[in-house]
Design a binder for this molecule. Structure first.
Ligand code: PEP
Ligand code: MN
Length: 340
């Protein structure tokens, strides 16, 4: 089974006591639950949305992170926003950092950070930008791959969405899944804390991430969440964290005969579908020629309604109907485009 990467720690570094207490409890809980905590996280420098909000303990906290590394033998990671912060990390033996969702919207800043870590032994995690722009996310990842760092990983933390959502950020799972398709060897973690914004949703989102084949989780934990100076509602206690990780169904099964059989059936269906769709387009081209010759308008709404009606089967399956609606819209648009 592939090893999953578990990262945990507070949103922000608040005090030496808070950092050491949270790390001690996490290490203790992990040991009891027989888990490996791969990295301890903390935001040392926090750039908050509102000025005047708590911005992390700053440079002073690097020493506390070093202490965690030394006392508990767990590598630590922090968020980095500038080449200066990279340099400070190196000076404090911190070899792992992530680039946050507000920084990754700006390729200029990301490139400056990438230049600062060229050929270094850093491990870099690249969060998705707050906008669901996969090209931008991939571009940022490539900046670090090109910089030849020790390793690069992606972190999905959801996207800012104008609509009201249950979660703090919209998951838009299709975006990280497409990233996985395009970069199959890149490890992708999920940050269910910033995605959910509330502890009560975190376990279900963490399980979903495992179902989708994510490679690990970065979870915010605080030894006393209600006293946290930032993101209090989304920080788990170390005990809650260890219980959640232990309960995850990691879906470690391998393909069996039953699955192979169904995949063969699917392969057949896909072959037929692909041929039929192409034949449909060829027929559309024939129709386009006739319409052109006989001066008949391209768009014939009543005709299209008939087509839609033909697809109206299995109406009890609402998920399928949802898909069908989008598919038919796409089919109609493609048909009109060809005829023009
Ligand atoms: C964080 O992980 O501390 C953080 C600020 O996350 P994000 O950049 O995803 O908002
Ligand atoms: Mn946070």
């Amino acid at each position: 089974m592939k090893e999953r990467i578990w990262i945990a720690g507070p949103c922000a570094a608040e005090s030496r006591e808070q950092i050491l207490a949270t790390a001690r409890q996490l290490v203790g809980q992990a040991e009891v639950a027989n888990l490996k905590m791969h990295y301890f996280r903390a935001g040392v420098w926090k750039m908050r949305s509102a000025p005047g909000s708590f911005t992390g303990a700053g440079d002073a906290a690097l020493v506390w992170m070093q202490e965690v590394q030394r006392n508990f033998g767990v590598p630590v990671c922090v968020e980095v926003m500038s080449p200066r912060q990279v340099e400070l990390c190196a000076k404090h033996d911190i070899r792992v950092f992530w680039v946050g969702a507000r920084t990754t919207v700006n390729p200029v800043e990301v490139q400056q950070i990438a230049d600062a870590v060229r050929h270094s032994g850093f491990t870099v995690m690249v969060k998705n930008p707050i906008v669901p722009d996969l090209k931008l996310w991939i571009g940022n990842i490539e900046r670090f791959l090109n910089a030849d760092v020790a390793s690069v990983m992606a972190i999905h933390r959801g996207f800012t969405d104008a609509q009201e959502n249950v979660y703090r950020n919209a998951p838009m799972w299709q975006v990280p899944i497409e990233l996985k398709v395009r970069m199959p060897s890149l490890p992708i973690l999920c940050d269910p804390s910033h995605l959910c914004g509330q502890v009560r949703w975190i376990p279900e989102v963490a399980q979903l991430a495992m179902n989708y084949g994510f490679d690990g989780l970065m979870t915010e934990c605080h030894h006393n969440p209600s006293s946290a100076l930032s993101d209090a509602g989304q920080q788990m206690t170390p005990a809650e964290w260890a219980a959640m990780i232990s309960r995850l169904d990691l879906r470690s099964g391998i393909a069996n005969l039953e699955l192979v059989k169904q995949r063969t059936i699917l392969e057949n269906i896909d072959n037929q579908l692909s041929e039929l769709l192409y034949q449909r387009m060829v027929t559309v081209d024939e129709i386009a020629g006739i319409k052109r010759k006989d001066h008949i308008a391209v768009v014939q709404p009543q005709q299209w309604q008939q087509v839609v009606k033909r697809y109206q089967k299995h109406t009890e399956d609402t998920l399928y109907q949802d898909f069908l609606e989008k598919f038919l819209e796409l089919l109609h648009q493609a048909s009109i485009k060809r005829q023009n």
